[in-house]
Write a protein that binds this ligand. Structure first.
Ligand code: NOJ
Length: 715
């Protein structure tokens, strides 16, 4: 049912005004108060055109939004407010850990809360829509954008993607009333994470089965949670760029997933159809993208300069045009912009109010997302040790990651700053970021290591090294940081590696040199405090890997959920040649999906599976967790399944449910997973999600590799 007032408004619009609504530009097009500036000249844009466009992306301040909106409303004929969009990916000014880190929490509530707090700051800066969450399925760490993902498991990613949408938009989706929430644009539809060779923007070629099974679920979850927009991806799907892919947008996104909101292209992707060589010029690019179902053209001049003439030449497209414009108007209406174009901005106070709670929430998030990969009785640190803090990340404020364009680095707490509040006997030897480590520094570092009991080695990536357009063929530590680790270990065996990273790295050559490895990711504003709390044991590490850490780049793409092959490698055939294995490397990850340690331990005992309702296909899986130690321990219990015989080849293991549990010292806790047969449905060769009768093996454990089989059910 279409809203009457919007339909009425649509009737009043000229063709040029309709086309204008479908154009999104950056604020520099408005920099001179509507005068023809550099970018406008380049696109041969008139002043009138600038007062017809529908949306602006990437403003930096509320003042900027206020000024642009005011000027626009004064000069535009119909006074349809602009909608302002931006990349608010993991916080706006106060920065949360990167999304891949957030996924390591396996905690949808944490993510919902973070998205809500990010929305508040962004809304105060005048942003109405965020280009988040990124729902891309990933299994190739060479692709720098794994940083923005929820990792390699489609079920986990679906749960977390939906949590982002609820956090941004509010569970009730009451965006016109709740002006501290913003609309979510889920991206990139679809297949972007499968870029060949892990090279950003490269070709993607996926089977339909793979798309349906692994790539669509998180988008479906976001759409079911009410995501207002979908952004298409840069890549090809079945040979056709997603931006020009009609079956993908119309049949899959609209019909199959039931998406009714606004479809926006990625940045300049309409014009890039020319570089893809599927369009000869801007007009053909506009025609193809529009036919396919792209409604808003982000930062290209194709719609602006060609769509009106395309529609005039093909009046049968008028209805589609109206539908697209309607979607833009509907979004603006949903955000309450027709009643309040400034959406709560107050000219007297156009500042973002930073509050301590948000800052503390980023600390909590960083504490819950760091992953302890190794610990040979060295962590937590104790007070009477002489500690050396060494490495380019020791006092670095470059701990936000690639997508924190508003956060101010000077507001970040470095590791050194965090540790210095802990009253330790600490000596620090830091190093300028992004520079190759010199021999001199390595020598000095080794001297300091020799005089210390424990060495904290803070190394990793700079924010430039992961994220968009940060593809890599080598995933070992760069800038001779690997040499530093190996050299230090020769002088002091008590090395604790603290890694700042946006993606899984290859640690095979250095892990033996370290007694402990703590993955801090890009931890955000309070990173130093959070890591200091973790290293000193104020807080127990509880993150678990959302993405496998490979042994070697040659294994990529890699996931714990690989399909069964005809020649699987088993404990009995390790040395045979004609099986699916590498001659020079193991098949599995160095650190698998779901893995992570704490400072305590517990064991799984007494597992049972009960068929509680035959009619409804419900099962109860029980496990008792026993902590024999004197220390409480927080862990993540994971339930996996394997469908024994299936129509199409299926993953060797699939995560079904997970539960964070605090097991008090010297006690036990009973955990129940309620599971229904429908959770074992899978996509068949006809692309339908359905169950088929057969046996399913269930596994319970603390990571995807170590989970033990607890029995089978027959469905
Ligand atoms: C390009 C990126 O692919 C996309 O994720 C982002 O939202 C847009 N640029 C807008 O900045």
């Amino acid at each position: 049912m279409k809203d009457k007032h919007l339909v009425e408004l649509l009737k009043e619009m000229t063709l040029a005004e309709k086309v204008g609504q479908l154009v999104q530009l950056t604020p520099d097009f408005f920099a001179q108060g509507g005068e023809i500036t550099g970018p406008m000249q380049q696109w041969q844009m008139s002043e009138a055109q600038s007062y017809q466009i529908g949306s602006v992306l990437g403003t930096h301040t509320a003042e900027q939004v206020y000024t642009i909106q005011k000027q626009y409303l004064e000069k535009s004929r119909l006074k349809i407010p602009l909608v302002f969009m931006a990349d608010v990916i993991h916080g706006y000014e106060t920065i949360f850990p990167i999304p891949l880190a957030m996924a390591a929490s396996f905690d949808e509530h944490l993510i919902e809360k973070a998205a809500k707090l990010a929305a508040k700051e962004a809304a105060e800066a005048g942003i109405h829509v965020t280009f988040s969450p990124m729902a891309d399925y990933v299994k190739d760490a060479r692709w720098g954008r794994v940083l923005e993902s929820n990792g390699e498991d489609p079920t986990l990613s679906s749960v977390l993607t939906a949590a982002y949408v609820r956090g941004y938009q509010g569970a009730t989706n009451n965006l016109n009333k709740d002006k501290k929430r913003i609309a979510a644009c889920v991206k990139h539809f679809v297949g972007y994470g499968a870029a060949e060779g892990g090279r950003d923007y490269n070709t993607v070629d996926l089977s339909d089965l793979e798309i349906y099974q692994n790539y669509l679920p998180a988008f479906k979850a976001a759409i079911d949670a009410g995501a207002a927009l979908v952004m298409t991806s840069f890549n090809t799907v079945r040979g056709i760029p997603a931006t020009a892919n009609q079956p993908l947008i119309q049949d899959v996104l609209r019909k199959k997933l039931g998406f009714e909101g606004l479809v926006i292209s990625d940045w300049a992707a309409v014009a890039e159809l020319i570089a893809h060589r599927v369009a000869a010029d801007g007009e053909e690019a506009a025609k193809k993208a529009f036919h396919a179902g792209i409604e808003m053209d982000m930062m290209s001049d194709c719609y602006m300069n060609s769509l009106a003439q395309i529609i005039t030449a093909a009046p049968e497209l008028q209805q589609q045009l109206d539908q697209a414009v309607y979607h833009v108007l509907k979004l603006k209406d949903r955000l309450g912009l027709f009643d309040d174009p400034y959406r709560g901005l107050n000219e007297a106070d156009l500042s973002v109010h930073l509050d301590t709670d948000t800052r503390l929430s980023t600390r909590e998030a960083a504490e819950k997302t760091a992953v302890l990969l190794k610990n040979e009785d060295i962590l937590p640190l104790s007070k009477n040790q002489k500690i050396a803090l060494i490495g380019p990340k020791a006092d670095s404020k470059d701990i936000f990651g690639a997508w924190s364009w508003i956060g101010k680095q000077e507001d970040a707490v470095s590791l050194k700053e965090g540790l210095s509040e802990k009253h330790l006997d600490l000596s620090v030897l830091s190093y300028a970021e992004e520079e190759v480590l010199s021999d001199h520094y390595i020598e000095e570092a080794c001297k300091l290591a020799e005089q210390s009991d424990v060495v904290l080695l803070a190394v990793g990536e700079s924010s430039e090294e992961s994220g968009e357009a940060a593809s890599l063929t080598k995933l070992t530590l760069s800038r001779r940081q690997d040499v530093l680790v190996q050299e230090i270990a020769k002088h002091n065996p008590n090395v604790v590696l603290i890694l700042f990273n946006g993606r899984p790295l290859v640690l095979s050559d250095i892990e033996e040199s370290c007694k402990a490895i703590l993955i801090g990711w890009f931890p955000g504003s309070e990173g130093g405090h959070a890591l200091a709390n973790l290293l000193t044991g104020t807080v127990e590490p509880q993150g678990r890997l959302p993405m496998s850490f490979p042994r070697s780049v040659g294994q990529l793409p890699l996931t714990y959920g690989q399909l069964s092959t005809g020649r699987p490698k088993t404990p009995d055939n390790q040395d045979q040649k004609y099986i699916s294995r590498y001659m020079d490397e193991e098949n599995d990850a160095l650190y698998p999906f779901g893995f992570g340690l704490g400072y305590g331990s517990c064991e799984i005992e007494q597992t049972t599976i009960t068929h509680i309702s035959e009619e409804e296909g419900l099962y109860e899986v029980n496990a008792r967790l026993i902590n024999h130690t004197e220390k409480a321990h927080r862990t993540l219990l994971q339930l996996y399944s394997q469908d024994l015989v299936t129509e199409v080849a299926r993953p060797i293991r699939e995560l079904k449910q997970w539960r964070k549990v605090l097991v008090p010292a010297k006690s036990s806790i009973d955990i129940t997973f309620n599971i229904s047969e429908t959770q074992f449905a899978y996509v068949h060769s006809d692309l339908l999600l359905k169950n088929d009768p057969g046996k399913i093996a269930l596994y319970i454990g603390f990571d995807s590799k170590q989970a033990d089989k607890i029995g089978e059910i027959a469905i």
